[in-house]
Design a protein around this ligand. Sequence first.
Ligand SMILES: [Zn+2]
Length: 106
Amino acid sequence: MTGLFIALALLAALGVTGWRRVRRARLRRALAALPGGSAATAIEVEAFAGIDEHLRARQCACGGRLDLRGERSEPHGQRVLRVVRAECRNCERIQQVWFDASRAYH
Ligand SMILES: [Zn+2]
């Protein structure tokens, strides 16, 4: 009987973990599909100030505002991409937003 309880508790724990993983993966895909969610959908900016402007207006999937946590440049063929790490003030999820800053560099 104890063995059955342990097996059931284990199954329930595995179910919750799996469900969380599926939900997280779904959210990651939804964020990647947004403009700036990946290199393919990088948002074009004329100047670096455009990045700050966009981040101020952008919201997390949960509706929270974003805080800048770091930036890096990434050459991508002919383009120069700027990858910004931002943290949601509400759910604390870290996300990356891609910008095409090629024009800002020229
Ligand atoms: Zn959030």
